[in-house]
Design a protein around this ligand. Structure first.
Ligand code: BTN
Length: 251
């Protein structure tokens, strides 16, 4: 896994491979704090002992079967208030990578990647803030590649979907290329283009569906994402705004 041939300027040009570690996000965060660390450094492992997910959940992944890695970015011009722009970047990088292998890929707000309603990839972005700007961002990605048995029926992998085995190094190289391309768009200030591509491929966008918030189930339609990254759902004729932990999808 340390021989990744990404056609990039910086993402994936420095690969730190570990057969096993507690969490690649933790290792990458420690590296990012060291002087002279390189932007675009990728920390990748075959097995995480303490893989972390969103909302304080853990992240389970079959040893040696999938991609579990973290990328160090230094988007120092990005204001902390605009942190959601990094969700556009990371989600689109995975989305565009997977589109080369399978159809029907969707981005589920804020940044899960689904195929046929099943989760194939989770993303955990952890930022360190200094003077209201993002000093560094650790983009942690868990992509199910060759795993064929899942303990959760809403999970899937490339192999589960196609019956084929994949070379993880090749997919990681494409992911690095896509991540760099989307990140460079952000650095050029092309946020509107990123957001429009994100919405175009958003799961249940502008479709009536069931959600749950504050202990109540309701029918609504996703109308967009606001400047803070909150999900906008039209419900009984009015648009409501939901933070990450305030709303769940019922499907
Ligand atoms: C989610 O809950 O959907 C996010 C899962 C993120 C998992 C990845 S695997 C690599 C990186 N290291 C971690 O500890 N978590 C992320």
């Amino acid at each position: 896994m340390d021989k990744i041939l990404a056609k990039t300027l910086f993402v994936g040009q420095n690969i730190q491979y570990m057969p096993e570690c507690h969490s690649t996000n933790d290792i990458a965060a420690a590296i990012a704090k060291t002087k002279g660390s390189w932007e675009g450094t990728v920390v990748v492992t075959d097995h995480q002992i303490n893989g972390r997910g969103q909302r304080g959940n853990d992240w389970q992944s079959a040893k040696g079967a999938n991609l579990t890695f973290s990328v160090i970015l230094n988007p120092s011009a990005l204001s902390a208030a605009d942190h959601f722009h990094l969700h556009y970047v990371a989600s689109l990088a995975v989305f565009n990578t997977l589109k080369a292998y399978i159809k029907e890929v969707k981005i589920k707000w804020p940044n899960d990647i689904l195929v046929k309603g099943k989760k194939i990839c989770g993303i955990l972005i952890e930022n360190s803030i200094s003077k209201r700007h993002i000093e560094n961002s650790i983009v942690g990605i868990g992509l199910n590649v060759n795993q064929d048995i899942f303990h959760y029926d809403r999970a899937t992998s490339l192999k589960d979907l196609t019956g084929l085995d994949y070379r993880r190094e090749e997919i990681l190289a494409v992911l690095c290329e896509q991540l760099e391309a989307a990140y460079l768009c952000l650095r050029r200030g092309e946020v509107a283009a990123l957001k429009s591509q994100y919405l175009k491929n958003l799961f249940q966008y502008k479709q009536p569906a069931m959600y749950e918030a504050h202990g109540e189930a309701f029918s609504g339609s996703i109308e967009g994402v606001d400047e803070h990254g909150r999900l906008m759902i039209e419900r009984a004729g009015a648009v409501q705004y939901y933070d990450f932990k305030e709303v769940s999808f019922l499907y």
